[in-house]
Design a protein around this ligand. Sequence first.
Ligand code: NAP
Length: 279
Amino acid sequence: MDERNKLAVIGDPISHSLSPLLHNTMARELNLPYDYTARRVTVEQLPDWIHTVRQEGWSGFNATMPHKLHLLDLVDEKTPEAVYFGAINTVRNDNGRLIGHNTDGDGFANMLAEHGLTFRDAHVTVLGAGGAAGAIIRKAVRDGAAAVTVCNRTVEKTQSLCMEHPDVLHAATLDAPLPEDTNLLINTIPIEGSVGGDVLVNLRRDCAVIDILYAPPKTPLLLAAEERGMLAVNGVGMLIHQATLAFAFFTGVSFDQLEMARLLYKTTCNLTKSGVVSS
Ligand code: NAP
C-alpha cells in the first residue's frame, strides 16, 4: 500500500495541469512523503469529492476553475485570506476538519517582488474582472495601491467589484484609453479575448506589463510590450508562487520560497515553452 500522503488539484478541465509537477518536485526536494495528482471534478461532483477527502484521509487539495467560490460553502473553516479574497484555492484536511485558504493574491505579490515591483502607491490597471482579477485587485488594495482601474466587458461585474473599495477602485470599459499614469498593467482576460498591443498606446515605457496567461508564454500583449521596451512578465510566476505558498500551508513546513520558486522555474521551463499547460 502507498503510505505517502495524498494531495491533489481538482478542476474541470484539469488534464493539462502543471500543479502535480510543481508539488511533486517540492515534495522530492524537501524529502517529504507526499504524492500529488490531478483529478477532474465537475461542479456536480464537488460534494462527493469533499466526502472522499474526509473518508480517505486526503491531506488536502488545490482547486481551480470552476470550484473556487463553491468551496466557500463546503469547508469547515476559512483562513483570513480565504475570507478577504472571497475564494478558496487551497484546502487542508486537519483530522477531518477542512480548512479553506487562498494563496492567489500573495502568490501574485511574491511574483511582483521577484521583479522588483510592488503594489504600494502604484497606479494599477487591470483588464478583466473575473476570479483571478478579483484576487489581484483585492491584494492591490490591501498592499496600498494608490488607484486601481478595472476594465471589463461586463460592466455590472466591474461596478460590483469596485463598490468594495470605492476610494481606490475605479470602473472602466475595455474600449476606453487606459489611464496614462498606469505603473502596472495586468491582463487577466483569456487568449480568446484577444488583448493586443493597441491597449499600450498611451502608456509610459516605464509601465510594467503583466499577463497572467502563460500559454502561449508570450501573448500578443507581452510581445508588443517588449517591442516598446517595457518590462513584460507572463503568468508562470504567479502559478509557481501560489503553489509554493500552498505547499507550505499543506505541510506546515517552512522553506525558502524564493529558492524553491527558482527550482520550479527551471523544472517548468521546457513545458511552458511548449504552451499547453494550465493551473
Ligand atoms: P474568469 O473568472 O472566467 O474571468 C475571465 C475574465 O475575462 C472576465 O472578466 C471576462 O469578462 C473576461 N473575458 C473572457 N472572455 C473575454 C472576451 N472574449 N472578451 C473580453 N473579455 C473576456 O477566469 P479567471 O479565473 O479570472 O481566469 C482568467 C485567465 O487567467 C484564464 O486564462 C486562466 O487560465 C488564467 N489564470 C492564470 C493564473 C496563474 O497562476 N497564472 C491563475 C488564475 C487564472 P466578463 O466579465 O465580461 O465575462
